[in-house]
Design a protein around this ligand. Structure first.
Ligand code: ZN
Length: 733
């Protein structure tokens, strides 16, 4: 049956209250109404479900909707009923219903009142259901989340592969509409093949979400990452956000850190009681909770339009996952930030989990993770990388600074000659190898593969030995992103030269290529000075603080390091503490130390902030979970009780030597540790005086330097360590 545009618009308004269709919606609806097999690839939030719901309303009979998750069916049915005064307009058929309910559903389908019937493949394959549906009037079948068909997708469900046979058992010539929100070219062809959609109308919407900002930050260590994460969240007060982490333990830990920093956050993972999980979900929807810290279990079926940020504390296992999860941000078309923390170590960790998996699964997972690595490390437009993964060409000049690499361009080089060499090397390798071997070949590494097949005799072997592997990974990934090389996922990721690549070889053109960031060799300083962090080290202020430390030291007649250690100053020059309370949050500063030395520094920083109009993140200092280890607390308590240090070492089960080191760490952090009761009994007065004299003059707080100088006076390392605890306690803290 065919409908004119006016009629379709009238139905759209009647059933959904909208005045106009989005993108391809009208064409898709027309295709299914005309009885064609139809394939819809549309990103989450694009208006996918309307594509089958509207034709279901206006077709005769019942549309069968195959959907993978029983838990979601109820939501879907509820949302359809919400638009309609007859509750029987939509039903689901699954194992959660009792006999009476099943009879009711079947009755309403038979009477034609039910326009949409949701089933999971597990229920559909039951013979009694097939028999029933065979005798019903089925208008069409919609296969939702159709990527579940493909083992190359991120959500493979074996039952999905039997859907075609089930449909056939119900009747011939029933039109099928398959819908998915994420599909690589490989997954797409799997869906079409498996559903046997011979002549299919395919509608591919762009996967570009131009309101989302993409950024990747290095994950140096846990403390730095959590700090950076909390700062980000605090910069978005009262905004909804989701933080994805890998482990259940991290969900709870991070939610707690957010809580003590005044953020309304809750943990969510599969290990929680059902009741708690649905409460967390409801609280999030009702805005009782702003931030959810979740494992991937969270988000399926959550349709909150105003999620403002999605953070990946741990890198996801595939680009599909990443795209799907970040896709939950900014569904209302307004701002959405997608931030991921990346370290190569996380990839290595994920690889370890794969150790015992079957070979095929392992190879596939490695390939998917390789793409995640490529995305994280790229120096080029991240949007372009994502879209290229989904087979979509994208001109990165359109990104409009909506990714960190476009906003803060990385070093770029003319890649013309380099990419030419990459393609020629691929040809030398007979287009039969993946990226790793290719890099070895270009660098001239004599690996076993290369020697066995005599590739070292090929003309371009070692052509790129002047550059390093990061450089060549950048070039190769860029050649893939712009389509000169094709990666055959099905064949373990071997690289082939595309037609465009051959055209380029004939007529090379200039190419700007951003060089990947070296995440593996990045140090703490680089992170602090990276201005995209929003909390950069202020070098001018650092210089001023050092000067102040010098003059204060003179005034108080102590060495500058006695006042504050260098890392403490760096932290001040990053977070701008302007009150005693702020000051106490800086590492290395206890309450006592803040009172003793803090005032002058607070004054200087406050004036500096005022004069330079610095926008301080309010309440920026991140409160950590009580991170004093148990043994540290035991040491402090033991000293309070005046335990002999030997007994204390036994108590906390560490060697005496380590106990002294721990004590020095404790005083370095600004805590007083009064061990006079022990020192006076066990140390010579002269030794104490000598060490005090030394530290009064010393340019650094280092124990080693003290030992270098004091050992000729027969003072032992142990003695220095003990007296230093006394010195720091009495003079510095
Ligand atoms: Zn970009």
């Amino acid at each position: 049956m065919s409908y004119n545009s006016e009629t379709l618009h009238a139905h759209l308004n009647k059933y959904f209250g909208f005045d106009s269709f989005k993108d391809d919606q009208e064409a898709i609806i027309r295709s299914i109404l005309e009885g064609n097999d139809t394939f819809v690839i549309m990103p989450t939030g694009g208006g996918k479900s309307l594509c089958y719901q509207l034709p279901a309303f206006i077709s005769e009979g019942t549309a069968l909707i195959i959907s993978p998750l029983i838990a979601l069916m109820k939501n879907q049915v509820d949302s359809i009923r919400g638009h309609n005064d007859n509750n029987d307009v939509a039903h689901f058929l699954n194992s959660s219903l009792n006999k009476g309910q099943i009879a009711h559903v079947k009755d309403k389908v038979s009477s034609g009142e039910t326009k949409m019937l949701f089933v999971a493949p597990e229920s559909l394959k039951k013979e009694e259901n097939i028999a029933f549906l065979k005798n019903s009037n089925i208008s069409f079948v919609a296969v939702d989340e159709a990527h579940c068909i493909s083992e190359w997708g991120h959500d493979f469900r074996p039952e999905y592969r039997k859907i075609r046979a089930m449909i056939k058992a119900i009747g011939d010539n029933i039109p099928v509409i398959a819908l998915t929100a994420t599909a690589t070219p490989k997954v797409q062809s799997d869906i079409v093949k498996n559903l046997n959609m011979m002549e299919v109308n395919t509608f591919i919407s762009s996967f570009n979400r131009d309101n989302l900002y993409y950024e990747v930050r290095p994950k140096i260590n846990k403390e730095q990452t959590i700090k950076s994460l909390v700062q980000f969240v605090k910069k978005h007060p009262n905004k909804s956000g989701i933080i994805y982490v890998q482990s259940r333990k991290s969900t709870e830990e991070i939610a707690k850190v957010l809580n003590i920093n005044g953020v309304n956050a809750a943990a969510y993972h599969a290990g929680l009681d059902n009741k708690i999980r649905s409460k967390v979900q409801d609280d999030f929807l009702m805005e009782e909770v702003d931030v959810i810290v979740a494992t991937i279990a969270f988000g399926m079926g959550i349709d909150k339009p105003d999620v403002r940020f999605v953070i990946h504390y741990d890198i996801p296992k595939s680009i599909e996952n990443y795209y799907q999860e970040t896709g939950r941000a900014g569904r209302d078309g307004l701002e959405g930030t997608c931030l991921a923390f990346y370290t190569h170590k996380d990839i290595v960790k994920l690889e370890k989990f794969l150790k015992d998996k079957p070979v095929a699964e392992k190879e596939l997972s490695l390939l998917l993770m390789d793409e995640v690595m490529g995305y994280s490390e790229t120096g080029n437009c991240r949007r372009q990388y994502l879209l290229s993964y989904f087979g979509e060409a994208y001109d990165d000049s359109l990104c409009n600074n909506m990714c960190d690499n476009c906003k803060h361009p990385k070093e770029q080089v003319d890649g013309k000659e380099y990419i030419k060499n990459v393609l020629l090397s691929v040809a030398d390798l007979k287009e039969n190898y993946g990226i790793k071997v290719l890099v070895d070949f270009i660098l001239g590494n004599q690996t076993k593969d290369i020697k066995d097949y005599k590739f070292d005799k090929m003309p371009h072997f070692a052509i790129g030995k002047e550059q390093d592997s990061i450089f060549w990974y950048s070039m190769i990934r860029n050649a893939i992103t712009i389509g000169y090389l094709r990666k055959e996922i099905e064949q373990y990721g071997i690289l082939k030269i595309s037609e465009q690549g051959h055209a380029f070889l004939k007529n090379p053109v200039e190419l700007k290529v951003g060089i990947n960031r070296d995440y593996e060799n990045m140090s703490d300083d680089q992170v602090l000075t990276d201005d995209s962090q929003g909390t950069a080290l202020d070098n001018t202020l650092l210089g001023m603080l050092k000067d102040l430390r010098k003059s204060e030291a003179k005034k108080k007649n102590v060495q500058p390091w006695v006042i504050f250690l260098e890392p403490t100053l760096i932290e001040m020059a990053t977070y701008y503490p302007i009150s005693m309370a702020d000051m106490e949050q800086i590492s290395g500063i206890s309450k006592g130390k803040a009172l003793k030395y803090g005032q002058a520094f607070i004054q200087l920083i406050a004036e500096y902030v005022e004069e330079n109009n610095i926008e301080r993140l309010t309440d920026v200092v991140i409160k950590q979970l009580a991170n004093k280890s148990k043994s540290k607390i035991n040491i402090i308590q033991g000293v309070d009780r005046k335990l002999p240090l030997e007994d204390l070492a036994d108590n906390v089960k560490i060697p005496f030597e380590d106990l002294l080191d721990e004590m020095n760490n404790i005083v370095n952090a600004g805590t007083k540790l009064d061990i006079n009761y022990y020192i006076e009994e066990n140390l010579d007065e002269e030794v104490i005086e000598n060490v005090f004299d030394y530290f009064d003059e010393a340019e650094s707080e280092s124990i080693e330097s003290a030992y270098d100088e004091l050992q000729e006076d027969d003072i032992t390392l142990e003695e220095i360590k003990m007296v230093r605890v006394k010195y720091m306690t009495e003079i510095a803290n």
